[in-house]
Write a protein that binds this ligand. Sequence first.
Ligand code: SF4
Length: 81
Amino acid sequence: MDTIWMAQGNCADAPPSTFFPSDGVGVEVARRICGTCPVKDQCLEHALESRIDHGVWGGCSERERRRILKRRRDLALSATR
Ligand code: SF4
């Protein structure tokens, strides 16, 4: 798995706890940092492919990632019909 991109993320020098918030305010703080991250797309795909349940990855919360995965499953299903 290629994870070289991780060192290029805006979070490289931030405390990891920033990206594992316990409330909505914390999620917004993390999302703001992710918003300008140059490896945001790789980060989000990594979290989706690895089925990472916790934390903010690629600017998306757990709930948002679940929605993206559901949408992709639904699309894949409809493509087979
Ligand atoms: S998108 Fe966010 S969590 Fe991912 S590498 Fe960038 S700053 Fe870090």
